[in-house]
Design a protein around this ligand. Sequence first.
Ligand SMILES: *[C@@H]1O[C@H](CO)[C@@H](O)[C@H](O)[C@H]1NC(C)=O
Ligand SMILES: *[C@@H]1O[C@H](CO)[C@@H](O)[C@H](O)[C@H]1NC(C)=O
Ligand SMILES: *[C@@H]1O[C@H](CO)[C@@H](O)[C@H](O)[C@H]1NC(C)=O
Length: 866
Amino acid sequence: YIHLVDSKSYICLLVGFISLDCGLPTNTSYIESTTTLRFTSDIPYINSGVSKSLSSNYQILFQQQYHHVRSFPQGRRNCYTIGIKKDTKYLMRASFLYGNYDGLSKLPTFDLYFGDSLWTTVKFIDESIDITTDIIHVTSNNQVQICLVNTDNGTPFISSLEFRPLSSETYVSTTSLLHYNRLDMGTTTNKTYRFPDDAYDRFWVPFNFGQWASISTTLKIESDDNNYFQLGSVVMGTAAVQININESLRIQWESEDETTQYHVYMHFAEVENLQPNQTRGFNITYNGQYMYGPFTPHHLSTTTIHTTKPIPLQKQPTKTHLFSLVPVENSTLPPILNAMETYSVIDLSELASNQGDVDAIRNIKSTYGIVKDWEGDPCVPRAYPWEGIDCSNETAPRIGSLNLSSSGLAGEISSYIFNLEIIQTLDLSNNNLTGNIPAFLSTLKKLKVLKLNNNTLTGTVPSELITKSVDGSLLLSVEGNPNLDACLSDSCAKKKSEKNSVVIPIVASIGGLVAIAAMATIIFWIVKLKKNRQNGTGVLLESKRRQFTYSEVLKMTNNFERILGEGGFGMVYYGLIDNVQVAVKLLSQASGQGYQQFQAEVTLLLRVHHKNLTSLVGYLNEGDHIGLIYEFMANGNLAEHLSEKSSRVLSWQDRLRIAMDAAQGLEYLHDGCKPPIIHRDVKTTNILLTENFQAKLADFGLSKSFPTEGNNTYMSTIVAGTIGYLDPEYYKSNRLTEKSDVYSFGVALLEIISCKPVRPLTDTDVHIVKWVNSLAARGDINGIIDRRLDRNYDVNSVWKAVEVAMNCVSEKPAKRPTMNQVVAELKNCLAIELERIRENQALNSTNSMNTMSIVMDYSVSHPLAR
Ligand SMILES: *[C@@H]1O[C@H](CO)[C@@H](O)[C@H](O)[C@H]1NC(C)=O
Ligand SMILES: *[C@@H]1O[C@H](CO)[C@@H](O)[C@H](O)[C@H]1NC(C)=O
Ligand SMILES: *[C@@H]1O[C@H](CO)[C@@H](O)[C@H](O)[C@H]1NC(C)=O
């Protein structure tokens, strides 16, 4: 829970320090006189904002990097992109001194973003008081993006940005840390110390409390030769001391809410020369609970005692935090404290958009010379994408809509638009665009709205676009282009006549002038059609019809006659509705969470249809009786078929097909549903098999209402999932993403390959991931794959599958593939294996059949979202 830092390290000071003076008018640098640090201009890192300087009053009072600010009167967001070292722990600091630089005497308030995450809201107390905020974060890329966001409370500005690499052994935590306080205790000056007094350039603020005394030494304080924190003598040479020997030294603070968690670091060194008959010893308690001790600070040598888990523990939420240094009975001297740091836990995401989309949109920007606030990552922070852009919610967000209406665009329609692969809405209306409407627009698969009206486009409208417009898949506007031939070419007319015989004769007979009117008619017709569909009572009625009463359920299961098994949420029974076999899952009442949420989720799930997802036939929600009715899966679950007890062995080909099926089901949940549905409990017992061994994923989507329960599962309302399959990163961070499912799928795939139990059964066993890793490292593929396959497989296909699985279980979620990529890779594995089988059959027509063969309804098409 709390422990001493104890290992050796040596840090090369200054290496990698980045110090930016924001707003320095020219791209120059200087050595700041008090710190001797070199500050450089921020000009290379940002393209927006204006340089402003503070009055000489402030220039006298503050260090040089505060003398100028970069101010951002334009744009909602303005972003710095700064190259740093990847996978490195940094102290990152932003400083702000208003100093009435704009002469408005009005303190602004604005937001500061790090990557996709809100770092802090910058609020000032006084125009002459600077605000500094720092975070400790391990970088995951070789650049960071820091944005200032205008929240309509004044113009954002910034004075300086500083980056200080730290030893990776300092401030160990599974999360990033936001500076809460950093106190120099017992100091007799009111000076804030930083570099060179502090090797890492932390800001140490003087802290004195009336009821404490202060002791100090002028002798040098060494760091324990094993203390990474590198505190200087100035900070450690003074200590706060409790005046009364028998009293505790107490530090208490209140947080705004009970869930804010902190990491605390206390630094101790004895600064007095103790006589042989003197001792100083104390225990450390937190909210009355013993945490560490008895502890005696070492003479002139720093020891750091810190939390290893954030406080308060999640199980004991509290707003009040009280640390006490309690003297032990035989202590003749009161407790001391030389320095203390408190950080709150912060989740900082360095999300970055899909690189292809970033390149495309940057090219579009430069093609048209767009002067909007288009800087930094187009989709990040997601709360403030570039103006005119909407993005998807993926782990690497993609551009889903681009609105450049009335943006003064001239020239032709940029071919870079073609690279925005998933764009759904494109609005280029009310510009001066010239040239033809390029045919590539019709190849953008997801495009649903295309507005080109009020430009000066010429030529004809590509026939594919018209076809799409006619069949209702594209809302196309081209009116207001005086020289555009909306639909006059033969092919276009022909296409149209196939689709719509009513409109054509009019166009044909009256000719070009009416073409635009015809387009308008088509659009009107489409709009009307769409409206009709939406207003249709289908969806609502449908979901109502699928609600069953308890007595109906009794009847369909013949009073729960036949038990099929026990699933994640309760017992599963066999049932019949109008002679269709179903599985009725009765949810255990212990789950007792919001039924309303259950209703909402079920309504959503009723609309999820995919050949690799068990489909929900209906549900029961009557008083205490809650249940789900699924299609019946004749061949049970995959785990049973992989088990040693299973009488027949699934062939390698079968396994690949099943894995692909499951992967496609999961891919659909992630990509085909909006918002994406995260399964949370992917495992082989949740992969069910139809009569002809088509695999379907079960038990998805209800995880919000019903955390999984039962012997095999991790019992927590926060972290749901099954031990062995659970993403360790999710377990650590509690952040659920599609990548957690990818991890679980990877584990399931390893199980499919090896038939080895996922979890250690004996003490000498290891987790399947470790086990495969060690064999794979030795190149022992035959040791990994299920022995019962008896070498009936293509080794390359197996290797590839192992590789896919191992990528899925990468520790870092960012390194894991998307399900989309997994499906593609598995497809390759299958192709290799099928090739082997084909060759074998050619060689030997009497193929030995020691493995079971399955005929499957197999297709590799990717269904689109409904
Ligand atoms: C400790 O020893 C010193 C002499 O070395 C003496 O003056 C002092 O009173 C002693 N203190 C205690 C608490 O016994
Ligand atoms: C004080 O007492 C504790 C046990 O309560 C013991 O471990 C420690 O060694 C003692 N310290 C001294 C200096 O006698
Ligand atoms: C694009 O932006 C303009 C003005 O901001 C707005 O009127 C128009 O509806 C937007 N287009 C789409 C397709 O949302």
